[in-house]
Design a protein around this ligand. Structure first.
Ligand SMILES: Nc1ncnc2c1ncn2[C@@H]1O[C@H](COP(=O)(O)OP(=O)(O)OP(=O)(O)O)[C@@H](O)[C@H]1O
Length: 314
């Protein structure tokens, strides 16, 4: 029999938000956010600090109530149906969640005991590189180790859906890659993942669906390929201060050329062979050797900056 709330098909939404609003006094942290996270996919909420990611995810986890809008998690209400959701959903908060004096291994075994078919806590510790810290109290673990233990706690109950709030913030590159592998493995095993991040690379590499949020609003969403589109751009390095007016005049209407930072040139527009030929001919006629000349797809960061006009704050 399907679990309660499973009125949708298994290919339906793991999470569905519609017009979500959350205010803290005069501050509107979430301002009418609507998006869905499909089952069996990794959905990343990408946005700068203060964009409302944690508030949104905490509402989905049932830890906060929305002021208005609707939230469905596995087809259920995260507050009213909290008891039914608890065994099916894993949560990795941004910090804390484990008592300071609790020993890593003991705590994980304790959490595992609350679940009917838990993962093997020892194997999970091993996978996350925590075996030698199994007897260490949580407060004595390094920041990265604490984070990995929180991830283990979220996963040990074999959840259908996991919420991971900035799972790799502060991790060193090895631990970050190990976490990415683990999260990708969850998806391969059919688990739905909703994570928050302010790392463009994390969203781009890991997520099937990216929801870009800023000031509590969804400013764009789609797969990384959809968000970055088919558009390409051309970059090269050369001596600083080249006057670009003549180049611009030779390029098709609608193209743009700029130098930023000094000595780094970017040409945007309909990047076809003709455009490349125009740029290289212009370089040749000005005695410019275009180094590292390359055509590339726009990155998520390019898209984000276009949408918000500023850099992500880390
Ligand atoms: N309990 C609270 N009381 C008052 N304001 C809050 C509270 N929690 C969050 N805020 C504010 O609401 C806004 C959204 O915060 P939130 O933590 O949801 O953003 P975020 O995108 O998760 O940021 P971060 O990446 O820093 O965690 C911020 O301006 C924050 O200062």
């Amino acid at each position: 029999m399907a679990p309660p709330g499973d009125d949708t098909t298994s290919s339906g939404s793991a999470v569905l938000l519609d017009g979500l609003v959350k205010r803290y006094g005069a501050k509107t942290a979430v301002d009418g956010a609507s998006f869905g996270a499909a089952r069996g996919e990794i959905t990343a909420l990408l946005g700068p600090n203060g964009a409302g990611k944690t508030t949104t995810i905490e509402i989905c986890e049932g830890f906060r109530r929305a002021d208005s809008g609707t939230v469905r998690v596995l087809g259920l209400d995260p507050v009213a149906d909290a008891r039914a959701l608890k065994p099916r959903v894993g949560v990795m908060p941004q910090s804390g969640g484990v008592p300071g004096t609790a020993k890593a291994g003991e705590f994980l075994r304790l959490v595992a005991a609350f679940h009917t078919e838990p993962l093997d806590p020892g194997a999970l510790l091993e996978r996350l590189g925590l075996t030698e810290h199994a007897r260490t109290p949580y407060r004595r673990l390094s920041g990265g180790q604490q984070q990995r233990l929180s991830l283990a706690v979220a996963l040990v109950g074999r959840p259908e859906l996991v919420f991971l709030d900035e799972p790799t913030t502060g991790l060193d590159p090895q631990a970050r890659h190990a976490t990415w592998d683990l999260v990708a493995g969850l998806r391969d095993a059919g688990v739905s993942v909703v994570l928050t991040t302010h790392y463009m690379e994390e969203a781009e590499r890991l997520a099937d669906h990216v929801v870009i949020v800023d000031h509590g609003r969804v400013v764009a969403q789609g797969s990384p390929a959809e968000l970055t589109g088919a558009e390409r751009q051309l970059r090269f390095r050369a001596r600083p201060g080249l006057g670009l007016d003549e180049l611009l005049a030779a390029l098709p209407v609608g193209s743009a050329a700029k130098e930023s930072p000094a000595g780094h040139y970017l040409v945007e527009g309909d990047v076809r062979p003709e455009l490349l030929a125009t740029v290289t001919a212009w370089c040749a006629s000005h005695g410019v050797l275009a180094e590292d000349l390359r055509i590339e797809r726009r990155t998520l960061e390019d898209v984000f900056l276009e949408l918000t006009g500023r850099e992500l704050r880390s």
